[in-house]
Design a protein around this ligand. Sequence first.
Ligand SMILES: *Cc1c(COP(=O)(O)O)cnc(C)c1O
Length: 423
Amino acid sequence: MEFQNSLAFAQQLDAVDSLGKYRDEFHFPKVKGKDVIYFTGNSLGLQPKRTQKFVDDIMNDWKDLAVEGHFHAEKSWWDYHERLAAPLAKVVGAKPEEVSVMNTLTVNLHMLMVSFYRPNEKRFKIICEEKAFPSDQYMLKSQVKFHGFDPEKAIVEVRKRPGENFWHTQDVIDKINEVGDELALVLIGGVNYYNGQVFDMEAITKSAKSHNAFVGWDLAHGVGNVALKLHDWGVDFAAWCSYKYMNSGPGNASGIFIHEQYLNRSDIPRFEGWWGTKKDTRFLMKPDFEPMENADAWQVSNPPVLSLAPYLASLEMFNEVGMESLIAKRKLIVSYLEFILQEIDKETDGSFEIITPEDRGCQLSVFLHGHGKDLFNYLMENGVVTDWREPNVIRLAPAPFYCSFADMYNFGQVLKSGIQSKG
Ligand SMILES: *Cc1c(COP(=O)(O)O)cnc(C)c1O
C-alpha cells in the first residue's frame, strides 16, 4: 500500500478499520481537553470501559454475600481463575489446561525456576539476552546464587553485534551450541522491551531442546501483541504480565504456561500451596498434596479475585476480536507509523533513527539524535504519551485495540513542530 502523510489518508484507513469501533471502549486520559495519543500500551494498557462492572460485581458480591461469595457469587470466587484459562490459551497458542493465572510476573518466573532450573555441576548454565529487563536479570542472578553457583560463570548473555541494535537468531543458536551439554536453561524476553525485537521463539526453542535444555519465555511484551504458538513450538514454560498489551490494570496478575508434557508428573518439583491441590478433595484439608491435572497445580494461594476481574474483562475483548485481526491491524498501523516517522525525519534533516529491527511487534523504538528529554517533554505537554529510555530513546507502541491511523498522522505533526521548536 502506498501511504500518504495526510489526515485525509489516515482517516480513510480508519474508516475501513474493523477494529476502529473498539476505540470507544477505552478510557483515554486527556490533555488540554483532548484525548491523548497513547503510545504506552506496552507499559500500561488503557482501561477498558467494561472493566469497571467486572470489579463492581466483585465489590457488590463481597458486600452482599461476604464469605458466601466464594461459592454463591454469580461468578464464584473459589474457581474464578478458571474462567480465564480458555480465552487466555487462545491468546498464547496453548491448550486451556496449560495456562493458569496467579501472582505477578517476576514472582512467577521465580516459581517456575523451581521446576525448570535444577542445575548440577555439569549442567548449570543459563542463556539469556544481554541487557535483559532488569527484573529478569535480578531474578536469574539470585536463582543462580541460591543454587550455589557463580552468576559470572552460569549466566551466558547473547550479545548484539558491534554497531548493531538487534540480536541475530543465528548468534543465539550458535551460543546454545557452544554451551552445549552445560546448558540448563534458555530464558529470554520473547519480545524485547527496549528495541521491540521479536525473537524467533520457535527456532530458538527447537535448538535448546536439541541439547536437552529447558526453554522458558518471558512474554511481558509478547502477550496480546504477537502470534504465539507456545504448545506447538514445544516451549517448556512461559510467564507474562497482564497490564501491558493485555489492558488489565497496574501491577496486575500474571499468566503462566506449562507445557502439557509436565502436567501430571511427579518428577517435576514445585513450590506448592492449597490452590494447587485437586478441587474435589481440597476442602477435606488433607495433609498430602494431590496436584491438579492442569497448570493450576502451580497455583499456591486462593485467587486474587479483585485483580482477576479486570483481566477477565480484557480477555473477553481479546476473544471477541481475536488475535488474528489484532495482529493484522497492528502490522498496518506500525508500518504507517514507520512511514510517518520517515517522512518527518526527511522534513527535519535526519533528526532521529528507528532502532527496531524488521522482526517486530507493536513497538518502534526511536533514537533521537541531538534531542533529549526536552523533546519528550514537549510531546507529553502536547498530548502525545510516549516513554523515555536512557539514552535518548522514546518507545512508541500504537496498540491496535485503541490507536487510530489519524493518531499516527497527528503525532507526526506534533513531532515535527517539537523538533523545529527545539532547534
Ligand atoms: C514489564 C516486564 C516485567 C515486569 O515484571 P513485574 O514482576 O510484573 O513487575 C518483567 N520482565 C519483563 C521482560 C518486562 O517487560
